[in-house]
Ligand binder design. Sequence first.
Ligand code: SAM
Length: 282
Amino acid sequence: MVEVMSHLLRLPTTCVLWSGLVHQSAVTPTTPPADDGTGLFPPSTYGRSFADVYDDWYHDISDAEATARFVAKRNGIGPVAELGVGTGRLVPALVEAGLNVIGFDASPEMMAKCPPSEGLSLVQSDLAALPLGEGRRGLGSALCAFNTLFNLGSVDLQQQLFNTVASALHPEGTLIIEAITGIGLAEGARDSLGVSRIDPDRLVLAATQVDGDAQTIVGQHVDISEAGIRLRPWRLRWTTPAQLDQLAKQSGLRLTERFADWDESSFSEDSERHVSVYGLAG
Ligand SMILES: C[S@@+](CC[C@H](N)C(=O)[O-])C[C@H]1O[C@@H](n2cnc3c(N)ncnc32)[C@H](O)[C@@H]1O
């Protein structure tokens, strides 16, 4: 299902200029979303699991201002599409940096927490089936932060995201991905159970299973309080930087820059995370 959120229906003037960019299917419920590749973790899983605690637990998980500076320097002509906008953690910094933002997300629960902003419109959509007008080339950049790409549970679904973005980018536009490299994961402990949070009235345990061959991590945050036990499931399919470059190539994009972080620190073979920038190839 693809549905424009209420913020989008109250389009600020600037958004009207972009309306041709978001394909008409965005305003009407159409095909059901693709699943995650396993059928067990549909696109809405992450939001159902974390919407109520996301801002509390993850508000400072990365440097929003540094992210926004980085994106603003690499935005072509047009708005930035934040893919997996969530609760809008990065949006105020992006808008403050002068960017207009179209936020895409599968989870109405997450987007409901996104404060309205003059420079923001929201579209409910599966990232594997983005309703971007193919060939319109009006997107200044697409930002997929904080491992969000890996919520797409198979290489094919990730390839679909690359293909759609490549077809919608302005000639000088960029696709910017922040993700783990997967280093150490393939060889690491397969099963683990750890303490994620301890609050006076709450204990959150994190159980994970890593499959190095399938490049997947399946997890449960087990949230225990006097109210009871709440399960918060999630799944990532990680793709190495070299594999991402291959997906990019197959969609007509090429790597232009790679850093270890938003502050542009050098990337090396030992880096655990990367920020990669792709532009249209030739
Ligand atoms: C880790 S959060 C990141 C939120 C935000 N970008 C940030 O940096 O704080 C991942 C977001 O991606 C969304 N998401 C996960 N899988 C998705 C899918 N297949 N299609 C659309 N959104 C998806 C989730 O609902 C969630 O809001």
